[in-house]
Design a protein around this ligand. Sequence first.
Ligand code: FES
Length: 145
Amino acid sequence: MYSEKVIDHFTNPRNVGEIENASGVGTVGNAKCGDIMRIYFDIDENQVIRDVKFKTFGCGAAVATSSMATELVKGKTVNEALEVTNKAVMEALDGLPPVKVHCSLLAEQAIHAALWDYAEKNGIVIEGLEKPVTDIGETVEEEEY
Ligand code: FES
């Protein structure tokens, strides 16, 4: 049911933890399953994501996608991080079962929420970044994937 990469990132998640005085923090939840994800960014003066940590109170797929998402955004600029969509994360994990697609959206939304927090704190605008939704439970159309 799960790819080897999903199982690897679930059993050995990368970048778990938190960052003190983070440049940006994003917390999102899914109303349907009650799972919550929080991402912390340490962003340098060149808008490069120097470090990233996450905490997920959620299912295995949520843990695996958070882990992979943090690996994908680390070292990227804030603009490049916007390209790390849930689709990109799923591809990097060699796919997720359809019923678990919504879990990967938590990671994308948490990244966006943390970037939004960073932008607000620094008074900047990140082109293409929309104000994050905190409750994604009713916005997921799993049939689209
Ligand atoms: Fe809730 Fe996976 S079941 S995030």
